[in-house]
Design a protein around this ligand. Structure first.
Ligand code: ACO
Length: 334
């Protein structure tokens, strides 16, 4: 028997402490004007002390499960999208399972598509629900970027962009109008080193995973070719979404709300311009959180619900782009 899948409930969480652009001016040789003009970011939240990625995820998941009216006993799979896991291995899905007291024996999967993680995860969850193999899948995107950023003037081009946070959704069987309509997933590994962290890793020229030389060269911090990312993000997000809409014989007018990955307000404005989407239909959160990578879409979804901009029955177009390069889109009836 074939099933349709739908989002049963959504949750999100960001750490309490917010850093405004003015706070960053004191540590990074930057300015509120530079950051706002180029990115649209006003503040971002960063964890304190020993708070981990899965600590944030736990809070987002609890809210999502409560809203979905499912208990920890009902979850039969976890899909965890992150680029900033608690530890190199095992994956965050296992640590999260233990923290949420989800019974032994379920499937736990970590995926690594960076900013496109939630879009990939939603498609994977949809396939598992459609096949009938699983009934309630906990999909989470969570990041603690702050512990992996070069928060000195040398790292300012990247560090001002990223925030910590988590967003989660429970995906289950649809019993009516709400459903995941379709998804498109893409990648182009020729650009893998245009946005990446080299170390630790077994692919380094030195033949070591990590060394003091690598630390001295700051290879454990992200490198980004900002202009390449910008150009490709605009092109690919617009392309994926329009192809997906066309394959379902939908036009922009059929979509009630657009949730785009939150990397840069100018990227999203350009995508909207290319697709001729009225800006009132695009829900952005970047001003408040910065770029939380795999968490931007579910955080945006939850904020849109709380703001009354998203309701059951609305058609939502989702698109994201990230390191890899990876990109993709989903259309859902919420
Ligand atoms: N504060 C002040 N000045 C800065 C900062 C900063 N934080 N960072 C860089 N600058 C300076 C540079 O040193 C440079 O100075 P110079 O002209 O004296 O050499 C000047 O600003 C311009 O630097 P560029 O890197 O050329 O700035 P650009 O206009 O390209 O903007 C930005 C940088 C905002 C990152 C842009 O390339 C961009 O939007 N790229 C998209 C990438 C993105 O959004 N990535 C997010 C993560 S990836 C993802 O989620 C898809």
């Amino acid at each position: 028997m074939a099933y349709e899948s739908k989002i049963l409930g959504v949750g999100s969480f960001v750490p309490a402490k917010a850093y405004t652009n003015f706070d960053l001016e004191k540590m990074l040789d930057t300015s509120d004007e530079w950051i706002q003009q180029r990115t649209g970011i006003i503040k971002r939240h960063w964890v304190e002390g020993n708070v981990s990625n899965t600590d944030l995820a736990v809070e987002a998941c609890k809210e999502a499960m409560e809203k979905a009216k499912v208990s920890h006993d009902d979850i039969d799979m976890i899909i965890f999208a992150t680029l900033s896991p608690d530890h190199d291995f095992p994956g965050n899905a296992c640590f999260l399972q233990e923290k949420l007291n989800i019974p032994a024996g379920i499937a736990a999967l970590d995926i690594r598509q960076q900013c496109t993680g939630f879009v990939y995860g939603l498609s994977i969850a949809d396939q598992f629900i459609k096949s009938g193999q699983y009934k309630n899948i906990l999909l989470v995107g969570s990041e603690v970027h702050s512990k992996g950023l070069d928060r000195t003037p040398e790292g300012r081009n990247v560090s001002v962009l990223f925030g910590d946070g988590a967003g989660a959704a429970v995906i289950g069987r649809s019993d009516g109008e709400s459903k995941v309509f379709g998804s498109l997933l893409h990648a182009d590994g020729r650009f893998a080193k245009e946005l990446w962290v080299a170390a630790p890793g077994t692919g380094n020229e030195e033949g070591e995973r990590i060394s003091t030389n690598m630390l001295d060269k700051k290879l454990h911090y992200p490198y980004m070719n900002g202009r390449q990312v910008f150009t490709h993000a605009v092109k690919r997000m617009a392309e994926s979404l329009s192809t997906l809409m066309a394959s379902h014989k939908m036009s922009i007018d059929d979509v009630d709300l657009f949730l785009f990955h939150q990397a840069n307000i100018r990227i999203n404005d350009k995508v909207a311009e290319i697709l001729e989407i009225d800006s009132s239909k695009v829900f952005n959160t970047i001003a408040d959180y910065g770029n939380t990578t795999a968490a931007t879409i579910p955080i945006g979804m939850n904020d849109a619900l709380k703001a009354g901009k998203l309701e059951r029955g609305m058609v939502v177009g989702i698109a994201a782009f990230g390191a890899g390069f990876t990109w993709g889109s989903n259309i859902i009836v919420y």
